[in-house]
Design a binder for this molecule. Structure first.
Ligand code: SF4
Length: 297
């Protein structure tokens, strides 16, 4: 299998076949992201994709799920994605889901009919960096879409039968914006009903604009207490029946997971318990190491 540079995938795609169909990210400008800063965006050739699928067919012929790489393969035209999906089904006939990272802008570039056609070819469970439901935060993070645009495009996706997993960055609004950010984010999520919710906290790596803003004080990160407050407000406002919450990323102040709405009260209790555990450091800001993992002290 061919992979160019570092290859990223969500933790819950660990058992999926990772198939490179692009390199880099077509946007590559989110303020907090350095994932593809050194990799230019390119489409993988059909010849290489077919060679990779032939190899996969030899080693994992019963594979039932494929995750397309890299940063936002949903930016490809509907025709190209359809051709890739057909090739996948030819070599791996048991595949029922073709997932990938996608952006709001990628959806905007496709008609309703194209979205339905892609769904019929098994494309589903897109992983989307929504990050926040607050325009001010989206602008600061340079996502290049507004909350209204996200609502519109995610609704079109749902109408086409394509489920989406939401990535949310707790604290993306910065200190002082916890309530506003959490309430607006819950409102957007409730209206668009992701099948999966993933949270992390702000942990910009060196080399991106948010890292510079953090260093110069233009962006002030939440304290431990503020992160827990924001998470509490978010969960108090969420109504996502049947959605799986994955909150185990090491950048989270509370690492937990569960099914919504079933486990919402339990998660709220865990947040309160975490606040008690961290009572002596609630006013401190996190110190982190790789992947934003928090050092608790
Ligand atoms: S967060 Fe995603 S969409 Fe934004 S630059 Fe990074 S890879 Fe691209």
């Amino acid at each position: 299998m061919k992979y160019t540079g570092l290859t990223y995938r969500p933790p819950y795609e660990a058992d999926s076949l990772l198939l490179q169909v692009t390199t880099g990210c077509s946007h590559n400008q989110c303020a907090f992201c350095t994932m593809y800063r050194d990799v230019s965006f390119e489409m993988e050739s059909f010849e290489q994709i077919e060679t990779d699928l032939q190899e996969a067919a030899r080693y994992v012929p019963d594979m039932d799920r494929v995750f397309l790489e890299n940063g936002d393969p949903f930016c490809l035209s509907a025709d190209r994605l359809a051709e890739i999906a057909e090739m996948i089904h030819k070599y791996l006939p048991k595949v029922n889901t073709i997932a990938m990272y996608a952006s709001i802008r990628n959806i905007k570039g496709k008609t309703d009919e194209e979205l339905k056609r892609l769904r019929n070819l098994g494309i589903n469970e897109l992983n989307i960096g929504v990050e926040s439901g607050l325009d001010e935060t989206l602008l600061r993070m340079n996502k290049c879409f507004t909350a209204d645009e996200a609502l519109c495009e995610l609704s079109r996706l749902k109408e086409a039968g394509i489920d989406y997993g939401a990535n949310i960055i707790l604290g993306a609004g910065g200190a002082g914006k916890q309530e506003e950010n959490a309430v607006a984010t819950a409102k957007l999520l409730n209206a668009t009903k992701p099948y999966l919710l993933f949270t992390g906290t702000t942990h910009p790596a060196e080399g991106c604009p948010l890292y510079e803003d953090l260093k110069t004080g233009k962006f002030v990160e939440n304290t431990f207490g503020e992160y827990l407050d924001e998470e509490e407000i978010l969960f108090s406002n969420l109504d996502l029946e049947g959605c799986f919450y994955f909150g185990l990323h090491p950048s989270n102040v509370l690492r937990t997971q569960g099914w919504l709405n079933r486990d919402r009260e339990r998660i709220l209790e865990e947040i309160a318990h975490r606040r008690d555990q961290l009572h002596s450091v609630l006013d401190r800001r996190p110190v982190r190491y790789g992947e934003g993992a928090i050092i608790f002290r």
